[in-house]
Design a protein around this ligand. Sequence first.
Ligand code: ADP
Ligand code: MG
Length: 392
Amino acid sequence: MSKRSLRDLPPAALDGKRALVRVDFNVPLKDGAVADDARIRAAVPTISYLRDKGARIVLLSHLGRPSGPDPKLSLRQIMRDVERVLGAPVEFIPDPATGVATTRRLPRGGVALVENTRFWPGEEANDAAFAQTLAALGDFFVNDAFGSAHRAHASTEAVARLLKPAVSGFLMEQELRYLGDALDHPKRPFVAVLGGAKISGKIDVIEALLPRVDEILVGGAMASTFFLAIGFQVGGSLVERDKEDVAKRLLTKAGAKLILPRGAVVAPSLARASERRDAPADRIPADCAIFDIDMATRHDFRARIVKAKTIFWNGPMGVFETPPFDEGTRAIAEALVEAGKRGATTVVGGGDSAAAVAGFESKLTHVSTGGGASLEFLEGLALPGVTALEDA
Ligand code: ADP
Ligand code: MG
């Protein structure tokens, strides 16, 4: 399922040519300013390579979920940040339908950014005519937006069928390598760590991982639903009572592979953190809720993680946004770093999970930029934006 990469195109296919590049500049904004430029920085290797080879670069991205043109979701707002990160001036193309002249005027190595593709209804409709409008802005297509690849939109899917060559950018290539090859042919033991708020939405991920992994360590609120399934009480914990049967079925299917927390950090409420204490899983107080994995679980999970040679992690172990309930999640992040030092491949996927390991990225093998896309990919679903690219 290997795809042709930007690296595979000969220099003559790049020099002076217009590269239409789908990036994921769906960045968080605060008061009209970029709050976190990680996604812009993630596109730099592809853009710099193209500039270096003398290509003219035309960037496409969506931002948020506008239902038509909306100044609050205009990509104009991120222009200065893109220029700062790239260290180069960037031209703005307010409408792809009238942008061809601008793309032809770009100098070799020059960069232009097209307005939010979702301002046009053809984008989400994967409309062929809109894709043709986009395709006219380039001489070849590069998709570096893994985080948008699970949606068949004009700028991710239809355009890749119209404009050839259509290849993966370096970020996309890296995502496919680590979420694909590394987890399809894992060095063993292969341990998955799953957490987060819910089982629902991740049932298919658990099912897809079960036959591939040696162990699945479960934490977060997801564990509470498994606790219910084995007959433990969970007090006021976040739990999916309607998913108890699903949890039972997964427990039967998983057998000894599924490892539940030994206990939890409990408190009467998030605000009453000073009253927190560790409680064994079979003795969660009725007037408390679970907000993190306890010490015993951190030690147990750590021991299993540092022995593994491949680790995939999705979903925080607790309410990591509210210290001190981030400590279990931090302990797992540190265990992954330790495993990495011992030669393991460590892969993190999921929006909140990526936020939880912010600052640790360089000590992990791969932190996926694609929240939903990384989970769909792990489930084995075809991502339309990837499928549409040329096979290697
Ligand atoms: P990701 O985005 O990485 O896939 P999720 O969205 O599934 O992760 O889960 C993240 C959320 O899970 C966080 O907001 C976190 O607060 C919540 N969470 C984790 N453990 C608990 C818990 N014990 N109780 C309530 N919420 C929890
Ligand atoms: Mg999330």
